[in-house]
Design a protein around this ligand. Sequence first.
Ligand code: FAD
Length: 492
Amino acid sequence: MLPADGVAAVGAALSDQAAVGAVAMTPEHRSAPEPRIPHVIVVGGGLAGLVTARELLNGGARVTLLEASSRLGGKVASHTVDGIRLDAGAESFATRGGTVAALITELGLSDDIVPPAAAGAWLLSRTGKALPLPKAGLLGIPSVPLARDVIAIVGLVGAVRAQLDGLLLGFVGARERNLGSLVRKRMGRAVLDRLVTPVAGAIHSVHPDQLDVDVVAPRLRDAVLSRGSLAAAVLTLREAAPAGAAVQGISGGVFRLVDALADSISVNAAADILLRSTVTAVDPTGVTLGDGQRIDGDHVVVAAELGPGSGVNITLATLVVRCAELASAPRGTGVLVAPGAVGVQAKALTHATAKWAWLADAAEDRQVLRLSYETAPDSDDVLREQARADAEVLLGVKLPAESVVAFARQTWAGPRRAAPSVVAAGGFGAQTESGELSTPADASDASHPVLEVGERVSGTGLAAVIRHSRAESENLLTDLASRPGLRLAPPS
Ligand SMILES: Cc1cc2nc3c(=O)[nH]c(=O)nc-3n(C[C@H](O)[C@H](O)[C@H](O)COP(=O)(O)OP(=O)(O)OC[C@H]3O[C@@H](n4cnc5c(N)ncnc54)[C@H](O)[C@@H]3O)c2cc1C
């Protein structure tokens, strides 16, 4: 395990001149320097930085990982509330594509992958009515528009409009990369506003108009064309998904993934992990730290939000409560809040002890509730009271002040880009967006431009971040292997 504070220099850094393999000294070879192991600087020790560092190390590169804070993991983190160790950020992962499970398995934690409770989540409508979310949907898009649970939320008129999707020609809306436009064109406003906006917003923290369909629901547009309707396309994608829940967790907490990743990196002698090392400037050949120190490398990967600007902050209010009525999970695994819903400030509530059996065991007679806010009061006392009052409305139970035995606040900065749609421009070798980094004037002419990974370019969520980081690392290894004077270390 890495030390939690101070600068951790892990592993003995190999010399930049480290030779790989023996080279027979013929007259032609005598003047050529021996190839050395490429050195990559990774900025940011969140999930993207850790996955990238691990892939590059496993592929035979030397890596310096620079993390501004005193701990690794970024938005995958833990905190202890009333003696219970809880996830303070991400608490589940999408099963789609098997990406996260594959990494967890490589790290030896596959036995600890757990499904959430089957109860499903609820939605608090704009009018303040709480209803179970339709079962057979994708990002809130229904596969059966006239199903009873859909009508209950979008109304009969909205559901009939959505059913018209089946009468439209397949190409209508299929060219729309924007999720909001696709749903609006095929199923109408009611489905977009009352179902897709709260569901997609809870997952991606932005309005569907800012989401790229091909990133958040790959193959959906193709399925609209081939099946002739959006509802049938949703059904096709759901049938193609592996059996079981759309999300899973890790017994003990998703933060264990970061601990395992950090351990797997720190045992590699070619890794240097530097905590409390804030990067202030980046260029294609190196970085500058806050204290003015310069670190050079053969390539720089940025896995952090750098530069000015800000995204939407998310504040997580965690309540540990004693309330017998909550033992029956009255609103399933939690409640999403439709935009504009009156009487509630929270964006969503997760009834964590109803969602995860391992947590219910750990919490014994207590219940753990996580409420998320886009705007939260500065005072902890005010936020605690706000969260308690919101939980009463969202869960439909009385929660007197004395039932709250503990409270914790955690605020996270959201990704700055408006949508994961920039992924199309952010692939291997893509220059980071202008003005976001302090770069020399000729940076854009560099033959090895700064590579960017992480949720800003991959889209939000563990699955998207891991998939993108792994793919970009593989591309970078191929590039490094082709450069004269460099040679990747053979697998140990
Ligand atoms: C409250 C919350 C709940 C979530 N729940 C889920 C969930 O259940 N499932 C899911 O899949 N996803 C979830 N997500 C999203 C998911 O956590 C993120 O998409 C993912 O963790 C982002 O990883 P990242 O490495 O791209 O960024 P980050 O985690 O933000 O990591 C960036 C790192 O870079 C460091 N850094 C920043 N600036 C510098 C600098 N100048 N120099 C050096 N280092 C720097 C930061 O300190 C940080 O460690 C949630 C997010 C939040 C906020």
